[in-house]
Design a protein around this ligand. Structure first.
Ligand SMILES: Cc1cc2nc3c(=O)[nH]c(=O)nc-3n(C[C@H](O)[C@H](O)[C@H](O)COP(=O)(O)O)c2cc1C
Length: 409
C-alpha cells in the first residue's frame, strides 16, 4: 500500500479522500460508513441557524419539497442528480456538535479527520452573535477543522442569480462572513465556494487569515429539466442545481485556476469525482485533498475504499508518491503559452495523419459511417475511408465500439 498521507490545514490526513458535506454527514450511520470505508476525513452536513420565530429575512438557500433528491437517469442524464436538499433549518449547531461527539472516538480509532461545516447564510449575517455562538457550540465538540460553505447560491438571490451575479458584492459578503469566523475560530478554517468566487475573493480571505480553500460546484449552475410527459419542469424557477460526473472537467479547471492564485494556501476540491483516476486528475490540478458526494449516493460508501485502493495501486505501479502528483498539471493549465506550445507540438497536418480501418476488427456496425463529412462510408459489410472528405478529426476512432479505427501518423 502506497503512503497516502497528506497535510491539509497543517494537519496530517491519512489519505486525500474526503466525504464531502451533505447527507453523507448528517447521520451517525452515514458518517460511520465513510469512516469505516477508510476516508481521510469526513465532513458534517452544514448546520444552519435555528429558526425559532418567523424567518426575516427569508432564507436564501433554495427550499424544495421532499422527496429531496432526483436521480436524473430517466431524463437521459446519467450519473447526475438534482440537489433539492436546500432545506436550511433542519440541522442545528447543537445537533452537529452531538454528532461530532458521537463519532469522535471511532474517527480517532480509524485515524480519520473530522471537518465540521456551517452554512453562513444571510440569517446568520443578520445575527452575528448567533453565528459566533453557534461556531463556539460546534468547536466545543473539537472538530479537527471547520468549513464554511458560501457557494453563491447560499448568498442573497439578488447578487447571485445568473442574471444578477455581482461578484463585488459576493466578495464583500464572503469577507463579512469570514471576518466573523476568524474572530472565534480555534481550528483551521476552510472557505468553500466555487471558482469564480475565489478568483475574486481568495486574496481578501487570505488577508483575513483563512488558509484552506475548498473549490467546488462549477459556476453559478442553474438549469431546467422538463418532464415532457407532464409538460412541466422538475422544479420551477432558475435554481435547479445539478450535481454529477459532468462537473469533473469544469471543476478540474476551477481547481487549477484557483491554484494559480498562489501557493500559500491549501486547496481541497470536489465536484464530479467518481473514480480513483478522477481523484488523481484533481490532485494533478492542484488539490491536496479531494471530496466526493454524488457518486457515493449512487454507489454507497464502499466506493471510498475502492477509490483509496485504486489510488494506492496507481502510485505503486508508477513508483510515485503523492508529492509527485499534486499540482503537477497546473503549470500547463489555463495558460495560453502552454496551449500554444501544445498546439505546435501536437497538431498534425492532413497529410501527416489518416484513419486506418482494421478489417479484422471491423464488425460492420456502421457507426463510424455516421461521419458528418462523409469521410467513412460502408463498403458492403465493412467500413472504408474516403480520404478526400476526411478532415482527420478523429471522431471515427472515438466512436468505434470495437477499436477498429485508428488515426495513424
Ligand atoms: C444532496 C447534497 C447536499 C449537499 N449539502 C451540502 C452542505 O450541506 N454543505 C456543503 O458545504 N456542501 C453540500 N453539498 C456539496 C458537496 O459537499 C460537494 O461539494 C458537491 O456535491 C460536489 O461534489 P460531488 O460532485 O461529488 O457531489 C451537498 C451536495 C449534495 C449532492
Amino acid at each position: 500500500m502506497a503512503d497516502l498521507k497528506v497535510t491539509y490545514g497543517g494537519l496530517e490526513f491519512k489519505n486525500p479522500v474526503v466525504a464531502a458535506a451533505g447527507p453523507l454527514g448528517r447521520t451517525f450511520e452515514a458518517l460511520k460508513r465513510s469512516i469505516e470505508a477508510g476516508c481521510g476525513a469526513v465532513t458534517l452536513k452544514s448546520s444552519n441557524i435555528e429558526v425559532k420565530a418567523e424567518i426575516t429575512p427569508k432564507p436564501a438557500a433554495h427550499v424544495y419539497p421532499r422527496p429531496a433528491h432526483a436521480f436524473l437517469k430517466k431524463y437521459g442524464l446519467t450519473n447526475m442528480m438534482i440537489n433539492w436538499e436546500g432545506v436550511p433549518v433542519d440541522f442545528t449547531a447543537e445537533e452537529e456538535k452531538q454528532l461530532i461527539q458521537k463519532i469522535r472516538s471511532m474517527a480517532d480509532d480509524h485515524g480519520c479527520r473530522i471537518i465540521a461545516n456551517m452554512h453562513p447564510d444571510p440569517m446568520y449575517m443578520a445575527d452575528p452573535d448567533a453565528f459566533r455562538a453557534d461556531i463556539e457550540t460546534i468547536q466545543s465538540a473539537e472538530p479537527d477543522l471547520i468549513e464554511f460553505c458560501t457557494c453563491p447560491y447560499h448568498l442573497p438571490h439578488e447578487i447571485t442569480y445568473p442574471e444578477a451575479a455581482d461578484y463585488e458584492r459576493i466578495k464583500e459578503a464572503q469577507a463579512a462572513v469570514f471576518s466573523v469566523v476568524m474572530e472565534v475560530a480555534r481550528v483551521p478554517v476552510i472557505a468553500k465556494a466555487n471558482g469564480p468566487v475565489f478568483y475574486r475573493a481568495l486574496h481578501a480571505l487570505r488577508d483575513l487569515g483563512v488558509g484552506c480553500f475548498h473549490v467546488t460546484e462549477g459556476p453559478l449552475f442553474y438549469g431546467t429539466i422538463v418532464d415532457i410527459d407532464k409538460m412541466t419542469p422538475l422544479a420551477p424557477g432558475p435554481a435547479v442545481i445539478t450535481y454529477g460526473a459532468h462537473r469533473r472537467p469544469i471543476m478540474n479547471q476551477q481547481c487549477a485556476r484557483t491554484r494559480h492564485l498562489g501557493d500559500n494556501f491549501d486547496l481541497m476540491s470536489s465536484g464530479g469525482i467518481w473514480s480513483a483516476n478522477d481523484v488523481i486528475e484533481r490532485l494533478m490540478c492542484g488539490a491536496r485533498v479531494v471530496g466526493l458526494h454524488t457518486a457515493v449516493q449512487y454507489h454507497g460508501q464502499k466506493l471510498f475504499t475502492k477509490i483509496i485502493d485504486g489510488l494506492s495501486e496507481w502510485l505503486d505501479r508508477k513508483e510515485m508518491g503523492l508529492q509527485d502528483v499534486i499540482g503537477k498539471a497546473v503549470p500547463k493549465i489555463v495558460r495560453q503559452e502552454a496551449h500554444d506550445a501544445f498546439m505546435r507540438e501536437c497538431d498534425r497536418s492532413v497529410d501527416q495523419i489518416r484513419p486506418v480501418i482494421d478489417p479484422e476488427r471491423c464488425n460492420g456496425c456502421g457507426i463510424c459511417a455516421n461521419c458528418i463529412h462523409g469521410g467513412i462510408v460502408m463498403d458492403g459489410k465493412k467500413a472504408a475511408t474516403n480520404l478526400d472528405n476526411c478532415v482527420r478529426c478523429g471522431v471515427c476512432e472515438s466512436i468505434c465500439p470495437v477499436d477498429a479505427v485508428t488515426l495513424q501518423v
